[in-house]
Design a protein around this ligand. Structure first.
Ligand code: AMP
Ligand code: GLY
Length: 425
């Protein structure tokens, strides 16, 4: 088979690794890819939103299957565009991708189908939102821009002043653009967070091994929210018992709800969960693999990913036995100094070949590219994800931090407590 992967981040590098492990794949292309993906795939300089060029490329190269797992193109209808052109694509259609594309939609869906989540109200008028906040005296409170905002459209406000300023930022200053035309105000939940990713074929789902992200920039969960500074898998807090509760109250009900709404979901459905004292609740849905969750989940997957993708598209996922290695993985993200605010790009990265002969350490490139001299340089805030596999989470963590020391670039920074939570398990 010839496969085209759309995207160019750390998640896509991990998906690319899983695709080339498939016995069924002869050739992998990636658009646009990055300097790491270029080692295992032929990269084409086409942007993820350039649907016409991507379709023309897929036709020209006689691609058998295209894979897309990024929110912007999925919510804009990349899957529909490929299908309309008669091409096979693994990716959620626009009418189902709305589960991530609109928080107002996902909250209404959960309310209608009694899926546990934080209590909330939806607003389109900033004055009404502020009036609501003035009456409501329970803080912290959570403000969410309705639309896609690069994972940054959520504000946790400690008091009325902060919350009022937040409403103005989202709805009036449009800090997150049109994503802020509508806004959700919801109850603040406490508990441990778990990322549960599932393959879905419209009716059935198969759960991948669990993981946990670390969203805040600084050690001890301090600082600003980021796209994710590191992950571990599996989550020891996501027990078999909790999984059974989630199956009954969240996972299957969500798949059924989307089908009942005429929005049958195919693709990867990401359940962002909070394990509260009142049971597991949904924090958010995403219509794709998580980043950097994928970097710890897919290296542990044993089932051929192409078989799983096809079963999702064909509605035969119930025949798939999804299996994961009985080991653990930790991913530490190396970021550019100053991320997520302001940072410099173009720093030469050294040590990238240090683990070429290892099958237990992966350097997933996120923001890298080649400069004019052919050197690999930084090109984004999150630069690399260093993933280590080991029999236990503790060993994987030690190995990932040991490996991370080998990679250097000016201003490199990482969190030092990725996976520390496992000490409490
Ligand atoms: P999201 O972009 O929806 O993933 O939200 C980013 C982060 O904000 C989540 O991973 C949580 O840590 C936090 N968050 C979102 N909603 C809530 C909530 N209702 N209560 C507490 N924390 C939340
Ligand atoms: N790691 C969180 C996300 O992918 O949205």
């Amino acid at each position: 088979m010839k496969v085209l992967l759309v995207g160019g981040g750390g998640r896509e590098h991990a998906i690319a690794e899983a695709i080339i492990r498939s016995k069924r794949v002869d050739k992998l292309y990636c658009a646009p890819g990055n300097a790491g993906i270029a080692k295992i795939a032929e990269c084409a300089d086409i942007g993820v939103m350039e649907f016409d060029r991507l379709i023309a490329f897929a036709k020209e190269k006689e691609i058998d299957l295209t894979v897309c797992s990024q929110d912007d193109p999925l919510c804009a209808g990349i899957a529909d565009a490929f299908e309309a052109a008669g091409l096979r694509i693994f990716g959620t259609r626009k009418n189902a991708a709305i589960i991530e594309g609109s928080k107002a939609f996902s909250k209404e869906l959960m309310k209608k189908y009694h899926i546990p989540t934080a209590r909330y109200e939806i607003f389109t008028d900033p004055e009404k939102a502020i009036a609501y906040l003035e009456e409501n005296n329970s803080f912290p409170i959570v403000l969410k821009a309705d639309g896609l905002a690069l994972g940054k459209g959520v504000l946790i406000c400690q008091n009325l002043e902060e919350a009022k300023a937040g409403v103005r930022e989202i709805m009036e200053d449009k800090k997150f653009g049109a994503a802020g035309n509508e806004m959700v105000i919801e109850e603040f939940m406490t508990g441990r967070e778990v990322s549960a990713l599932a393959f879905v074929d419209g009716r059935h789902y198969r759960l991948m091994s669990s993981s946990q992200d670390h969203k805040r920039a600084g050690d001890g969960d301090t600082g600003l929210n980021t796209g994710g500074m590191g992950t571990f898998s599996p989550s020891p807090f996501f027990t078999k018992e909790i999984e059974e509760i989630c199956d009954r109250t969240i996972f299957q009900p969500t798949v059924d709800a989307m089908a009942a709404e005429g929005r049958a979901f195919t693709g990867v459905l990401y359940f962002g969960l909070m394990l509260t004292k009142d049971g597991p609740k949904v924090v958010e849905y995403n219509t794709r693999f998580g980043d950097p969750e994928t970097q710890v989940v897919l290296p542990r997957m044993e089932t051929d990913i192409i078989d799983v993708f096809e079963a999702c598209m064909d509605g035969t996922l119930d025949t798939i036995d999804l299996s994961f290695a009985d080991n653990a993985a930790v991913c530490v993200v190396l970021a550019s100094g100053g991320y997520p605010v302001a940072y410099e790009k173009g720093k030469v990265i050294s040590g990238l070949d240090a683990f070429d002969d290892r099958d237990d350490i992966f350097l997933f490139h996120a923001g890298t590219k080649f400069n004019d001299r052919g050197e690999v340089v930084t090109s984004g805030g999150r630069v690399l994800g260093v993933t280590a596999l080991a029999p236990t989470l503790k060993e994987a963590r030690a190995k990932a931090y040991e490996a991370a020391k080998e990679i250097t670039f000016e201003g490199v920074y990482m969190r030092h407590d990725i996976g520390k939570a496992i000490d409490q398990a």
